[in-house]
Design a protein. Structure first.
Length: 293
């Protein structure tokens, strides 16, 4: 038996009233009358055979059933809005791609090059969703993922984008405060620390005591630590590809020619037979060209 789906106006009234705890405020937000909202919600209660709201003082509070339904309705309405926006852009000859990207990759590399991609591919519009966790999200939730892990889920492409190496960097202004600086003087400088990566491997490669610095700012985000290094706050370890722009611009200087494996890779992931796969492949090939792979 097919369930009769209520009118979209009724579902929007439910979502707004559940979120705002008020039929009046829901009516104001939706630009309809209070009686229209009440009518929609009474009709929903009759169709579902259960109460959706209860009055507590001046507020209309959603029941647990209503709260769960409102969350699903809100997600569905957002999905419909995204689909309509996508249809408008594609109808105008523009293809919109939603990209989930690691925060450090976005801030230190991708954002600087978005203009270049847009000039080469004006018919592709990129929407960035910044991801902060090591664990990747559900790959079905976006068109493209640029994450630290390969996705082994059936029905997905997942290609390694690059191998990177870690170097030590500092701003010219910071080094100017330490005339005749040599690597052995490193412990005298403020050393920035990252929760996801220790100094140990680089210090061993440099022939220095491998003791982790006990003082200095600690960062969870590599991109923020890199910005702190550019600002002269201290010496930092950085993945070479992420620091390349600032190194080439003279904002940072690499300490010696020492580098160690980053042990942190990037993978580009998308669904097989994606309806916008041609545009996705153009973005992926552009990424590969940028890294010379």
């Amino acid at each position: 038996m097919t369930t009769r789906i209520p009118a979209l106006a009724a579902l929007r009234a439910l979502e707004a009233a559940a979120r705002l705890h008020s039929f009046t405020r829901a009516a104001q937000e939706l630009h309809v009358t209070h009686s229209a909202v009440s009518h929609h919600l009474r009709a929903l209660e009759e169709q579902l055979g259960t109460a959706l709201f209860r009055r507590v003082g001046p507020n209309m509070l959603p029941t647990p059933i209503c709260e769960r339904l409102a969350v699903r309705v809100r997600s569905a309405v957002d999905e419909i809005a995204d689909a309509l926006a996508e249809a408008r852009t594609e109808g105008a000859g523009v293809i919109r791609l939603q990209i989930s990207v690691m925060a450090d990759f976005a801030s230190s590399w991708l954002i600087r090059r978005l203009g270049q991609f847009s000039q080469l591919h004006p018919d592709i519009e990129l929407m960035l969703r910044i991801h902060y966790q090591i664990e990747p999200p559900d790959p079905d939730s976006v068109d493209i993922g640029i994450w630290h892990q390969r996705i082994h889920k059936q029905g997905f492409h997942s290609h390694k984008l690059l191998d990177d190496r870690v170097v030590a960097v500092a701003s010219p202004g910071l080094l100017a405060r330490y005339p005749n600086f040599e690597l052995a003087d490193l412990p005298k400088l403020p050393m920035l620390r990252l929760t996801l990566r220790s100094w140990h491997d680089w210090l061993v490669a440099a022939g220095l005591p491998p003791d982790e610095p006990e003082r200095g700012p600690v960062f969870d985000d590599p991109g923020l630590m890199l910005q702190a290094a550019v600002a002269g706050q201290g010496v930092a370890t950085a993945r070479l590809q992420m620091a390349r722009h600032d190194l080439e611009a003279g904002n940072l200087v690499q300490l010696g020619d020492i580098s160690v494996p980053a042990n942190l890779e990037y993978f580009v992931t998308w669904r097989e037979n994606h309806p916008r796969e041609l545009a996705i492949c153009r973005f992926y090939e552009w990424l590969r060209q940028q890294f010379g792979s």
